[in-house]
Design a protein around this ligand. Structure first.
Ligand SMILES: Nc1ncnc2c1ncn2[C@@H]1O[C@H](COP(=O)(O)OP(=O)(O)OP(=O)(O)O)[C@@H](O)[C@H]1O
Length: 475
């Protein structure tokens, strides 16, 4: 095995009964994961990241982001949405090519000046936070539960190693783009970014702490979920995806149970916008860590794709939640890909006619025939589907307190992180050098002279953080 991934073997998949699935973009090249197939010959590998988009809206934060070459062939669907965005003046300026730019609006504080609302101007640094527990691990680093010393507020701090990212230049741009997407997205069912800091070795994203843990864990312990439960989380995902597609202009592309967290009340929090999804590009990797189980056939075929891929993934995710397994499985990547491309969908007898119809429409191999393949037209059809007959969309959309989620996490004390795997929460926060050190070398906030990560730093306004912490909007 000649693995050249930018993370340790020890950081790879762990066994939770259901094993976690890494995204396909964790793979170095198409050859790493595909045995030759006549169907796939000469097809470009399109496991690229999200289409760049822009967001404007009331907070006026346009993002001009790089569109990965591998998905530069934008299909009809995106073009259609593009014109929609253009009409709304949301369209990025294509002429800027690979540049990256975020305009900070009045809702955000320029640079990393925290406490400005209180008249105190100072730089936030990692030493403003204390480390409490490890919550989990991703491809490029760890996620820690941290507490802001001055306020006692809790955050999930995602750490990304700069060295891992520097191995591949494109990854740096992508990381910045992803950070910008997180910064601009404001939606009740999408994770919120509060701070982005850096020191010499790492980037740090301070995210909303999803106290309820992973939907993945609930699925793993229950094996499968009932239709009302699945339709509830699917509805919140419909709202999140609709926002990403129609307001932000982003194809999420990586929908799977592992990326669906729950907040303290049990509402869904869509997380992981691909920051830790791409491997270093050493070119020698023969190890496949990802799995395509939720990926649309057009992505796996290397075809240009659009927002419809997310609706396929929603279908695959709902199928998984309802039955305990994704719709197309196999012992290896090639087998799964073949099944996704060629095998007819088989629906178990015990799911309702409404669920069967919903899944069949989402899991159509031809994107144009897929429910969600024609947005924005399909969005109302999705909402009106009988699978969602119990959903009050207006209430769900405004996160009405009368809507009680079907899984209410048990939380006796948020700092105990009871809804996270012991595997992580019992880990000691080790001394420097052990790989899990508390950042200390650069606590004064000084960065390396290299300006690769210039403009990464970000601080949300105090009012936004406060509202979000109290669940009183700010979207
Ligand atoms: N905002 C958050 N709140 C609480 N826990 C989180 C949060 N974000 C991530 N985690 C925890 O940390 C784990 C790692 O998250 P991360 O987003 O880095 O990567 P991943 O999606 O699990 O892995 P990969 O990116 O390699 O697929 C998650 O599975 C989750 O348990």
């Amino acid at each position: 095995m000649a693995a050249v991934f930018a993370f340790d073997e020890s950081e790879m998949d762990m066994d939770f009964g259901r094993s976690r699935r890494r995204s396909v973009s964790s793979v170095n090249s198409r050859e790493d994961i595909w045995a030759p197939s006549p169907l796939m010959d000469d097809q470009p590998f399109a496991a690229s990241e999200h289409l760049a988009g822009s967001y404007n809206g009331s907070n006026s934060i346009p993002i001009i982001a790089e569109v990965d070459e591998a998905v530069s062939e934008i299909t009809d669907g995106v073009a259609k949405m593009g014109s929609y965005l253009k009409n709304q003046q949301f369209m990025p300026d294509d002429s800027l090519g690979t540049s990256y730019q975020v305009d900070i609006s009045s809702d955000y504080i320029d640079s990393n000046l925290a406490g400005i609302a209180d008249g105190i101007k100072r730089k936030m640094t990692t030493s403003d936070f204390e480390y409490i527990k490890v919550l989990g691990k991703g491809a490029y680093g760890k996620v820690l539960l941290v507490r802001e010393k001055a306020t006692g507020r809790l955050y999930a701090q995602k750490q990304l190693k700069k060295a891992s990212m520097m191995v591949r230049k494109k990854l740096v741009e992508q990381t910045k783009t992803e950070r910008a997407i997180l910064e601009s997205v404001r939606h009740p069912y999408i994770v919120k970014l509060f701070y982005a800091l850096q020191d010499q070795h790492r980037l740090y994203l301070f995210l909303e702490y999803a106290q309820g843990g992973e939907l993945f864990s609930h699925l793993a312990s229950e094996k499968m979920l009932s239709e009302p439960v699945v339709s509830f989380y699917a509805a919140e995902l419909v709202l999140a995806l609709t926002h990403l597609h129609t307001v932000v202009g982003v194809v999420y592309r990586d929908l799977k149970p592992e990326n669906c967290l729950l907040d303290s009340q049990g509402h869904l929090v869509l997380t992981d916008f691909g920051l830790s999804k791409v491997s270093s590009d050493g070119g020698e990797c023969k190890t496949f860590l990802g799995t395509p189980e939720y990926m649309a056939p057009e992505i796996l075929l290397g075809k240009p794709y659009d927002f419809a891929v997310d609706w396929w993934s929603l279908g695959a995710l709902c199928y998984d939640l309802l039955t305990g397994t994704p719709p197309f499985t196999g012992n290896n990547y090639k087998r799964i890909v073949e099944k996704i491309q060629k095998t007819k969908l088989v629906l178990p007898y015990y799911i309702t006619a409404e669920a069967k119809d919903f899944l069949t429409r989402l899991l159509r191999k031809e994107p144009k025939k897929r429910l969600g393949g024609n947005i924005p037209d399909d969005l109302s059809t999705i909402r009106k589907h009988r699978f969602f007959r119990r959903i009050d969309w207006a209430k769900l959309e405004r996160r009405d307190p009368s809507v009680v989620p079907p899984i209410v996490p048990i939380i006796t004390n948020p700092i105990l992180a009871e809804n996270f795997s012991d595997e992580f929460t019992s880990m000691a926060l080790s001394p420097p050098g052990s790989g899990l050190e508390i950042p200390g070398a650069d606590q004064n906030g000084s960065y390396s002279k290299d300006d690769t990560f210039a403009n990464f730093t970000f601080t949300a306004s105090n009012s936004f953080i406060e509202n979000a912490m109290n669940n009183v909007g700010g979207y």
